[in-house]
Design a protein around this ligand. Structure first.
Ligand SMILES: O=P(O)(O)O[C@@H]1C[C@H](O)[C@@H](CO)O1
Ligand SMILES: [Mn+2]
Ligand SMILES: [Mn+2]
Length: 392
């Protein structure tokens, strides 16, 4: 049995009931993107996306689709966060009791003194910043001094930007590993992120060389699937997000198109070998290239690019297999600021021969992991209610 899960990173489907606590009342990544930059998305609509509550189907939204052949629903996130780690860990059965620590004033001397000692270079910035603005504003001084640019956001992240001609990639990754060691315990941040950049002012991000150094998660459904002797193929940021735990094979990707192509190829290889396991992909461009940059046209184009590839992905689902399409938080490109938005996760499902199946409102993202465990015959007694029987 082959299960493929594809996360459309940050494609939220409307404010969660507790959105006010995050300052996100009224946010709706999908609706606001399509209202600002219309795209038909016929294949996502045919899976039932337009039937997810609050998703707009009138003009400026998805087309009405009389013939829906897919499972559709939305998911509540119980963990108190709206970042990638929180969302993906909850997918696989980890419900956080407390939010990851954030550092809106920057990182204290107890952290930065140790980091400076590790790099021998001092540092620049050390406060919340947009990743494209920070290289524009601090890049010239970085080129002169070689000091790493350290910045954060509303998320629990310690980000290190450095020019590839000034700091070789392996040095930047070593600095991230050193920061990862320092940022534990009272200073634990969910992720240390390497943000290499290149070119001349105002510089260009080398997104394909981004690397996330995540905290190690507690045991997840991925471990249970691996323990059941199934393969767990992580594509894109997935291995980083789970700190390689419960991952049996990792496939790096440069962008969404590359992620889609590598997912397709791996699905076909698994089907030919009658392989039983999970292919788990994260497509990050929606979030990283367009959401945080408040670029609805780019966001809409990325959705259209995925929608155009969907027929091939559906055709690659073997008999008896399944495909889930999810989102892990919002990042409304029409919203104020440059951070994520607290929204329902999208849930779409496809199996060969499926009709229209209303998967309803899931009480937690962890229903995904409970479903994956049941589908793949893994033992999971943690959080989440499986919806696998709705798909069989
Ligand atoms: O460097 P940028 O502004 O893209 O940083 C964003 C802010 C988030 O915390 C981080 C991970 O999604 O990317
Ligand atoms: Mn994300
Ligand atoms: Mn993000």
């Amino acid at each position: 049995m082959l299960l493929t899960i594809i996360v459309l990173d940050s494609v939220g489907v409307g404010e969660l009931p507790d959105a006010a606590a995050f300052g996100d009342t009224g946010a709706h990544t999908l609706n606001h993107t399509l209202a600002a930059a219309p795209a038909a998305l016929p294949n996502l609509a045919a899976l039932g996306l337009g039937r997810v509550p609050t998703v707009q189907t009138s003009p400026g939204g998805l087309p009405e689709t009389p013939e829906v052949r897919g499972g559709y629903g939305r998911m509540r996130e119980v963990s108190p966060g709206k970042d990638t780690s929180t969302g993906h860990w909850e997918f696989m059965g980890v419900q956080l009791q407390h939010p990851f620590q954030v550092f809106p004033e920057g990182f204290p001397p107890a952290v930065m003194d140790r980091f400076d000692a590790a790099t021998g270079r001092g540092h620049l910035c050390n406060r919340p910043y947009s990743g494209t603005d920070v290289i524009r504003d601090f890049g010239p001084e970085h080129l002169e001094t070689g000091a790493p640019i350290v910045y954060t956001s509303a998320d629990s992240v310690f980000q290190i930007a450095a020019h590839e001609d000034v700091v070789p990639l392996d040095t930047l990754y070593a600095w991230c590993a050193a920061a990862r060691e320092i940022l534990q315990g009272e200073f634990a941040v969910a992720r240390v992120i390497a943000r290499p950049f290149r070119g001349v002012f105002p510089f260009e991000r080398a997104n394909e060389h981004r690397r996330d150094f995540s905290l190690v998660p507690p045991p997840t459904v991925l471990n249970a699937i691996e323990d059941a002797g199934r393969s767990v193929v992580g594509i894109g940021k997935i291995p980083d997000i789970y700190a390689d735990r419960g991952i049996t094979e990792s496939i790096h990707t440069d962008n969404n198109a590359d992620g889609i192509a590598k997912t397709l190829a791996r699905m076909r290889r698994a089907a030919q070998a009658d392989e039983s396991g999970l292919i788990f992909t994260n497509l990050v461009d929606f979030d990283a290239k367009f959401g945080h940059r408040r670029d609805p046209a780019g966001y809409s184009g990325a959705l259209a690019e995925f929608d155009a590839a969907l027929p091939e992905l559906l055709a690659a689902v073997p008999e008896g297999g399944a495909l889930l399409i999810l989102s892990d938080h919002g990042n409304d490109p029409t919203w104020r600021g440059s951070d994520h938005t607290r929204e329902y996760g999208m849930l779409l499902a496809y199996r060969p021969g499926i009709g229209a199946v209303d998967l309803g409102e899931r009480a937690t993202f962890a229903d995904v992991g409970a479903t994956a465990a049941e589908a793949l015959g893994a033992q999971w007694t943690g959080p989440g209610e499986s919806f696998w029987t709705l798909l069989t």
